[in-house]
Design a protein around this ligand. Structure first.
Ligand code: NAD
Length: 281
């Protein structure tokens, strides 16, 4: 049976260190680390995420400022706020909760966030630095958290075969870049990939970021592999991942549960990015 990777426990340890760093920042600079959280519209999942992010800030001694807009707000108004926050010396990180309403151009909005305050790491400058293998203080939170989870297993990443299922800008592509930077041999699979199983079966490290319940079954997994399930699929009021946990946990060496795996790490890494940003300014 696979060892379960306890994302909650790893995140709690990291949050404790973040809290200590936030206290040190306050003592040194005479103000708290500040995160601005912007939400547009009433998407129920976004409301939960934003609430959890604000709660986590409170736990770690980070000052959060929340800005909520109705779904029909003009894009120019949102950009105006972002410019104000960019110029605000008390704000170290800015987070615009996605998805934005349909009438907005998400990329255009995210491009307005200063790359120096890009807590989510989605700005082209920070994504580009990651692609170039340059040091960047802002790395997309979910991928950054996945790397921590893999490291928490004690697995040596260098030289391993890593397979990522999914090629989104927020998970698939950045986690592929981070694994490559850690010297894994990386394959990225997606909706047009043929013979998915033949590829996933070669993986020492398998990351599933698709959004399809139980897409990854036991016959697709190499014995002893580290399996990271990013999927968050809501069905019949319950949350389930992209991995068939019951079957795959009989084959894998380590596996993340859903919930309690990647999710708690995403928030911890948002706070880590913000505190890193504050110290680095
Ligand atoms: P996305 O919809 O942007 O991308 C999904 C990817 O899966 C695409 O690249 C697509 O090519 C690929 N894909 C679709 N069907 C496939 C198939 N049959 N075989 C192989 N590849 C296939 O999704 P995303 O934003 O990357 O999110 C993926 C999942 O991760 C979702 O369930 C999302 O809710 C979850 N997620 C969780 C967290 C977290 O903190 N736990 C963070 C971000 C996303």
């Amino acid at each position: 049976m696979a060892e379960i990777i306890d994302g909650k426990a790893v995140a709690a340890e990291i949050k404790q260190k973040i809290k200590e760093r936030a206290e040190r920042f306050l003592a040194l600079r005479g103000r708290r680390v500040g995160l601005a959280v912007v939400k547009v519209g009433e998407d129920p999942a976004s409301a939960v995420y934003v609430r959890n992010k604000i709660k986590a800030c409170e736990q770690c001694g980070i000052a959060s400022s929340a800005f909520y807009f109705d779904a029909d707000i003009e894009q120019s108004k949102l950009i105006e706020l972002i410019h104000t926050l960019n110029a605000d010396a008390n704000i170290d990180g800015i987070l615009v909760q996605l998805p934005l309403p349909k009438h907005m151009d998400e990329r255009a909005v995210l491009a307005e966030i200063s790359p120096e305050k890009d807590a989510d790491g989605f700005h082209a400058v920070n994504a580009g630095r990651l692609f170039l293998g340059e040091k960047t203080r802002f790395v997309a939170c979910t991928p950054r958290g996945i790397m921590e989870l893999i490291r928490s297993t004690g697995t040596e990443i260098a030289g391993k075969r890593a397979v990522v299922i999914g090629r989104s800008n927020i998970v698939g592509k950045p986690i592929a870049m981070l694994l490559l930077a850690a010297d894994a041999t990386v394959t990225v699979c997606h909706s047009k990939t043929k013979d998915l199983k033949e590829i996933t079966k070669t993986a020492d490290i398998l990351v599933a970021a698709v959004g399809k319940p139980k897409l990854v079954t036991a016959d697709m997994v190499k014995r002893g592999a580290v399996v990271i399930d990013v999927g968050m699929n809501r069905a019949d009021g319950t949350l389930c991942g992209d991995v068939d946990f019951d079957g795959v946990s009989k084959v894998a060496g380590h596996i993340t549960p859903v919930p309690g795996g990647v999710g708690p790490m995403t928030i911890a890494m948002l706070l880590q990015n913000t505190v890193d940003g504050a110290f680095d300014e």
